[in-house]
Design a binder for this molecule. Sequence first.
Ligand SMILES: [Mg+2]
Ligand SMILES: [Zn+2]
Length: 207
Amino acid sequence: MGIGNLIRPVVRPAVFLDRDGVLNPTVLNPATGRMESPLSLRDFRLCDGVIPALLQIQAAGYPLILVSNQPNYALGKSSYQTLRSIQHKLETQLASAGVHFTRFCYCLHHPKGLTPGYSGKCKCRKPSPGFLLRARDDFAITLSRSWMIGDQPTDTQCGHAAGVRTIRIAPPESRVRPTLQVSDPCADYLVSNLPEAAEIILSRAVH
Ligand SMILES: [Mg+2]
Ligand SMILES: [Zn+2]
């Protein structure tokens, strides 16, 4: 064995995932008319095909890391307890299916937050790559071989800023109304759902 083999750095790619619109469907908020993060535990459920897709990615050896902006507590639209109970439901459903995330990263801040301690600019709110950089340092992740999957431009911007490859899940409306076709300069791939994203990652995996 040559010295080159001995000093070759260990490559440890990860898959970073946004939550709302990726793992669970967004929910229509009648107050804003927009599809948003679920505001109650009842509204939270996993999207079809999420568990098998995560199991595939996990079996390929990628640590799974959730990276989610949840500003509703800061904005006074959701209680801390609701956020916690949704996270608990998510974690329990994943664990019972054998899916284990290495870390769940939540940014609870908002630049215009009303809740003391959660207002103002922070380093973790996407599109900032803060959580990805911290995971790189904590788990020795090789960002250039990693992936970020999200449904918003801020997700792909975050991934791009961290130097990972990005997959954008297009909103369901863009599939029925071509005028809403997604154009995202930070997206390396555009797909319809997480199973399609998993297919891309597995087909690009180098062992
Ligand atoms: Mg999202
Ligand atoms: Zn934050």
